[in-house]
Ligand binder design. Structure first.
Ligand SMILES: Nc1ncnc2c1ncn2[C@@H]1O[C@H](COP(=O)(O)OP(=O)(O)OP(=O)(O)O)[C@@H](O)[C@H]1O
Length: 577
């Protein structure tokens, strides 16, 4: 026997009158979408271009560049990216010096020099074009790998144990996690590539061109260019802040829009049945200052034109590089928006995982099979994620080979009892003692009213969650009627032959003959059923009934095959009180 102690509270999340910034939080309750939107707008610290952005961006970079990441890292591609950009910039530098060389050769009438320069120019122009293409190609690979590493990282954390279930049911502040993992990661990777392509070697180039501008035009040149840059940076900082929040909200709405379409696709038939259908001026001033203040008075006229041309190229290129950085403000605000969404998801997954780490759940599917298997609810209390108490001080045993039927009004907590039994929901008080089995036999299999049918072959449906190496991808939801889907779910149950089967209205679409055959097969296979149903005809297949009254109370009764009518009258009487 092992102890499943789940005596902790749900993850706390912010609500409308309880802003995220520095506010007290309280137990979750369902939050409407417009309230989440208002919270996101108000909570600028969650989605702004500040320290939090830097922290989240750094965390994502750690994932991307980590040597220990099983999905690889970006270090190699990053170096190739820098190398390709450097080669491209060297070609650009030589291309920029071509007009200066032409001025000098043409004014000195050097015909041999002109022929050599023509060949040199063609090669340089070709090299610069090729260099740009190589940078774009390597950038594409960089973006692809960024997406692959981040998606695999998030996916493995999200689809892990019951993390996705807990995140979806207890963290309504994390809208559309699916969209964050698919779309937002893709856009993050593409935006990062665009920014990197422009500024990956900017620090090296800026240092080099600052030095050259200083050598050619003296102290005033770099000062003017740097002032222009600072002005641009301060201005764009003010632009970025509101944009980050807008990018965040745009993704939020896109996620909801896609979700609506998924729902329309899923419920197409039901819906149809119900007819519900931005310095040119500043650049030249720096050159003019030096020509007119006499710095180049001693220089010969043919060389002067070459110096002016080269000087203007260098200064303009430095300004161009700074302009490129300032122009990145739109991209950076996009990047900050995507970083906020991915960073938030990573933090929420970590919270949910920590919550799970603190819960002592021993795997119910391993251990010792010793005698009779009994599930014990030891004075437990069950509270919904929204804080509503369903059951308190609940003390009960579920014994092997004693089929149990759970009845009660809608919303009384019948399915919730199965949720805590399977470890999906924590209990707010008490503990549940779960027995171990020593063979490969599962302890529980849960069959809901609408079973989950994975894309795949018929064999995949029956052996789910065990995977088979088959390439057949059928959409069984569309091919089978609800009744046939329920029958297929029972084929899965018989394949796994667990000790206990939690049947949650899972025979509701089956005819009574099939129903009786199913309960007989369960008995023959030694599967003890824990059935949630409103159907009194199922009483005869059970040995015990548990009645939840919907007010936090419960009562039990044994069922004798001849006394089903009496038991039903007893249930009926209790529910009318
Ligand atoms: N994820 C959730 N977040 C908040 N409340 C929930 C959640 N899931 C269920 N509840 C609430 O818990 C209560 C019990 O739900 P449960 O599914 O256990 O009812 P039930 O007895 O199985 O009802 P029914 O017979 O209608 O299936 C309901 O009031 C329901 O609204």
């Amino acid at each position: 026997m092992s102890l499943l102690s789940l005596n902790h509270e749900y993850q706390r999340v912010p609500t409308d009158d309880n802003n995220i910034k520095g506010a007290e939080t309280r137990t979750t309750r369902p939050i409407p979408l417009d309230v989440i939107e208002r919270n996101n707008r108000a909570a600028k610290n969650q989605t702004s271009f500040d320290r939090l952005f830097c922290k989240r961006f750094f965390r994502i970079c750690q994932i991307l560049f980590s040597r220990s990441n099983p999905d690889g890292n970006l270090i190699g591609i990053w170096f190739i990216f820098i190398f390709a950009s450097l080669i491209n910039e060297i070609a650009v530098y030589f291309a920029g010096s071509i007009p200066s060389r032409f001025y000098i050769i043409l004014i000195s009438k050097d015909l041999d020099g002109l022929k050599t320069l023509l060949v040199f120019s063609m090669l340089i122009v070709l090299g610069a074009g090729l260099g740009k293409s190589v940078v774009k190609f390597v950038g594409g690979i960089f973006s692809l790998y960024t997406r692959k590493i981040l998606t695999k990282h998030l996916q493995s954390k999200y689809v892990n144990r019951t993390t996705f279930y807990r995140l979806l049911t207890t963290r309504p502040d994390i809208d559309n996690p699916d969209q964050r993992i698919t779309q937002d990661v893709d856009k993050f990777a593409e935006t990062l590539r665009l920014i990197c392509e422009e500024i990956i070697i900017a620090p090296i180039l800026i240092a080099y061109y600052t030095y050259l501008t200083w050598v050619f035009s003296g102290f005033l040149g770099p000062v003017l260019v740097y002032s222009y840059f600072l002005f641009g940076i301060v201005g764009s900082r003010f632009l970025i802040v509101p944009l980050v929040n807008l990018v965040f909200m745009k993704e939020f709405h896109e996620g909801n829009f896609r979700l609506l379409h998924v729902r329309i696709r899923h419920f197409a038939e039901s819906i149809s049945f119900s007819l519900g259908e931005n310095a040119e001026h500043a650049r030249y001033i720096i050159i003019a200052i030096l020509v007119f203040n006499g710095t180049y008075d001693d220089v010969e006229k043919d060389k002067l034109s070459g110096i002016i041309s080269m000087n203007s190229f260098i200064t303009m290129y430095l300004i161009y590089k700074f302009t490129e950085i300032v122009d990145q403000s739109v991209q950076i605000s996009d990047l900050a928006g995507y970083t906020a969404r991915i960073g938030q998801l990573l933090e929420a997954i970590e919270d949910v995982d920590n919550e799970l780490e603190n819960v002592d759940i021993d795997s119910p599917f391993s251990g010792q099979l010793s005698g009779e298997l009994i599930i014990t609810f030891d004075q437990i209390s069950i509270t919904t994620p929204s804080g509503h108490q369903l059951l308190s001080d609940f003390k009960f045993f579920i014994e092997q080979e004693k089929n149990l039927m759970i009845v009660g009004p809608n919303g009384s907590g019948k399915t919730s009892l199965l949720r805590v039994m399977c470890g999906l929901w924590p209990v707010s008080r008490g503990h549940i003692i779960i027995p171990h089995t020593n063979d490969q036999r599962k302890l529980f299999v849960y069959l809901p009213q609408t079973p989950y049918l994975a894309f795949g072959s018929l064999r995949d449906q029956i052996t789910y969650p065990m995977r088979n190496d088959e390439n057949n991808k059928y959409d069984w939801d569309k091919m089978l009627t609800p009744g046939e889907q329920q029958k297929l779910a029972f084929a899965r149950l018989f394949f796994w032959r667990p000790v206990f089967a939690a049947l949650d209205e899972s025979t509701s679409m089956l005819d009574s003959f099939i129903e009786s055959q199913i309960f007989e097969s369960c008995k023959d296979l030694g599967i003890t059923t824990i059935t949630v149903s409103h159907n009194k005809n199922l009483l005869k297949y059970h040995d015990k009934v548990l009645l939840l009254d919907g007010k936090g109370g419960y009562s039990t009764s044994d069922i004798d095959i001849d006394g089903c009518e009496d038991v039903w009258r007893w249930i009926d009487g209790n529910l009318r009180i």
